[in-house]
Ligand binder design. Structure first.
Ligand code: FPP
Length: 248
């Protein structure tokens, strides 16, 4: 079968892909099933996307798995998502290591139930020497949470005399975010037809290309990822410059 993969220019791959995995609930509802059914099927889309990225040579994949606001969902749904997280960490650790993928997590992780927190820390430590790709799960994460924490951290260090207020610049801010050390996403993919940022990586996506697809997350597969990358490769990224300046 012909694959869109052949149309991807490997020399111009996005280094960092960020994803808002949306539409699990609607996918389930469409089939008369409970929302949780959609989340369960979302795991396969996570696997496919991670595998496709690693195979291509994408260095960073960052997934919005659970937002700060998601804590406000019914306890039934929150519990189900936490169970899925625990199961995924248990079942996928070997695959991560076999594929040389480093697991990372950002967010207010201390809010996670202790078993999930402990499994997460174990998996992060256990994969820390892998270097083919970094898979970051955003858990109990929101962009405003992250920015608030960054301001608090910098303010504390200013108060302690460790940082001079005049030294606060973009690089210092970047280094105090949860994503310190990672390049900004080149492309942000959101599934399900919604065209919003929803409090995701607010600082980091300043120059990211935005890509929206109508597919619900459980239906998102490798070919959909390839399509997103090809779309990205057909865009001209100007970073505030003119088209003529870019082509020089
Ligand atoms: C959005 O769909 C999806 C989520 C809130 C969770 C994403 C989780 C997974 C893909 C499973 C993996 C989870 C973990 C924790 C590893 P939605 O529920 O907002 O769908 P809707 O917009 O159709 O209601």
């Amino acid at each position: 079968m012909e694959s869109l993969k052949d149309k991807i220019i490997i020399g111009r791959l996005p280094e960092h892909i960020a994803v808002i995995m949306d539409g699990n609930g609607r996918w389930a509802k469409q089939q008369g099933k409970m929302r949780v059914f959609g989340h369960q099927h979302g795991i396969q889309a996570v696997r496919d996307t991670a595998e496709a990225c690693a195979e291509l040579g994408v260095k960073y994949l960052t997934l919005y798995a659970f937002s700060t606001e998601n804590w406000n969902r019914s306890s039934f749904e929150v519990d189900a998502l936490m169970t899925l997280l625990a199961n995924a960490l248990r079942d996928e650790l070997k695959t991560l290591n076999d594929n040389n993928i480093r697991l990372n997590a950002i967010g207010d992780l201390k809010r996670l139930p202790k078993p999930q927190y402990d499994s997460l820390m174990f998996a992060i430590d256990n994969t820390k020497n892998n270097n083919r790709m970094t898979l970051t799960l955003c858990l109990s994460y929101s962009g405003r949470w992250e920015i608030t924490k960054m301001v608090r951290d910098i303010a504390t260090q200013v108060k302690e005399g460790k940082i001079n207020p005049n030294d606060v610049d973009e690089a210092l801010i970047t280094n105090h975010l949860a994503t310190a050390g990672m390049p900004d996403p080149d492309i942000l993919v959101r599934t399900s037809g919604e065209e919003r940022i929803s409090n995701y990586l607010l600082w980091q996506i300043a120059y990211s290309e935005l890509y929206f697809t109508k597919k619900y997350w459980p239906d998102f597969g490798k070919e959909d990822l390839y399509e997103a990358i090809i779309n990205y490769q057909n865009r001209e990224r100007r970073f505030g410059k003119t088209s003529e300046q870019i082509k020089k």
